[in-house]
Design a protein around this ligand. Sequence first.
Ligand code: ADP
Length: 629
Amino acid sequence: MREKGAFRLTKRAVCMWFREQPALFGSAALYALLNAVIPYITLWFSAQILNELAGARQRELLIQKIVTLLVAETVLLLLKALVFRWNTALSDGFCMKLYEWKRHFDKLISMDFRDVENPDTHKLLNAVQQTSQWSSFGMRMVYWQFQEFLEAVFQFMGGIALSVSLFCLPVRAGAGWLTILNHPACIALVAVLLGGVTMLSPYLETISTKCWIECDEACTLANRFFGFLSNLMSEGKRALDVRLYRQDIFFEQIDSIQDSYGTKSKAARYARGKAGLACAASTAVSKIFTGLIYLFVCLKAWGGAFGVGSVTQYVGAVTALSRGLAKVLEIVGEAGVNAFYLEREFSFLDIPNQMYQGSLTVEKRADQHYEVEFRNVSFCYPNTDDFALKNISLKFKVGERLAIVGQNGSGKTTFIKLLCRLYEPTEGQILLNGIEISKYDYQEYMHIFSVVFQDFHLLAFPVGQNIAADGVYDRDKVQSCCRKAGVWERVASMAEGMDTVLYKDLSEAGVEVSGGEAQKLAIARALYRDSAFLILDEPTAALDPLSEYEIYARLNEIVEDRTAVYISHRLSSCRFCDEILVFHKGCLVQQGSHDTLLAQKDGKYRELWDAQAQYYVADASCLSHSMPG
Ligand code: ADP
């Protein structure tokens, strides 16, 4: 049953690999064939040459055989070297990581956001990646197994072809007791003996492999620590803390590292005990096999079954045949062990998409006339009972500047997550131009929104590529978006303008930008996208008062004809909006312009405004004179 499961999982993994990387598998198969067959060609020709030397000794024939051997070997070895290069270029550690990263990344980007936010998803992915890096088990192992399995099968088949005659050629009639070797029972006995010894070796290897697998779990936590530690010192901000508080000393005392890798660890105990012994026994068994085969072949040659030249051919062929068979069995055993890891990796890759994907085309409107309506929308996060949003009903009017304010935890970000279809409402409907948003094709729907999240990320690529989110882009448009976001002067002052790489992760010449500059660049990126809706989550949180003033002073220029949604708990930033939505404990408690809301003396807005008033005095003194509105 378990073998059946292992076969099914391995087959699925091979098909998946083959679909993703056909060239990798093609080169691996060709290399396996050449690697297995070349030694047999050498063996066969060498036997022919030796037999000729020990027999008729015809000069022309001898030269002909030597030349053929040399030419065949040279051509095949050259071909093998070429295929090896090709295969290595596709299969080295970096590429393997890249394939793996892409497979996991594609899954993460396409799965429902509720699963991306689910800690269980990350725990599962973490375990998959840890195992792959630590012991290569999982999908990566299937690739190596595929290559080795093919090679072993070719080796086995070649061995059979070259050794069949060993068992068929009879010892001379006058060879005395050696004629017993012609008896079918004796031949069967030798075959069974050789087969038995052959099978013992992979059995012992599998015992040793299983020991390492048992250590895998124990080492996962330690590996996470190692990963965490290496990031610590490479991240500028964290390195400062580590240095200041000498946190490195603290890490030396972490028990799990000692437990996993120390001399008293399970891995070390296995290496000294069961696993080490199994490995040693496996080597001993292979030596016994070599002894047995030499004995049988030499006795048959002694009895005149074949010439002396064939001794090397038969010993080599049967040894290789046995190695091939042992490898096949070893891989089968290993595939059984690997099945557990494949199942785990597939359980990540198979996380189903529960959300309706939609297929309707979003009408492309030059006038940006899109209307969004929330109709009695309530929402509860998965695995929680509390409603993060309760019965929200509202309509966005086109071209409006809308602000969403409220204390932390009042539901502002959740509102945007629902709008961007990261989650589906638990109750109620969200409509775009009268049609439920889940019915639209997801990518098309998302294209009408540009969001600058509070914890946005810029990549360590050139500024222009960051803003366009593309390698090929319109330079004039990048410049104009930077100007609107108030960051063009900074970009122009960089050594290579918009071609300057951000941050130092990937380039020594990379430029470090401040939090405020990064936020402006993120705003420029949102503007480049030409979306109908511009959503800014705390757009000025990282900006100093002067930069904040700059942004608000040019708000109309920045937003143009888009519908803009601002999320903020800094009320001074929102008073210039046409409409302000006040959220409190998941409910939309007030809605209206700044002046209307402020006039409602018992309202939440007034309460928040009064609470923040002390900051306006200090913070907004330089802004209040010239703000729009
Ligand atoms: P705001 O943006 O106004 O600070 P949020 O929309 O982030 O508020 O949060 C609203 C409520 O939902 C809070 O009670 C918060 O704890 C909860 N919440 C937010 N994200 C999640 C999540 N991924 N899972 C469970 N609860 C969440």
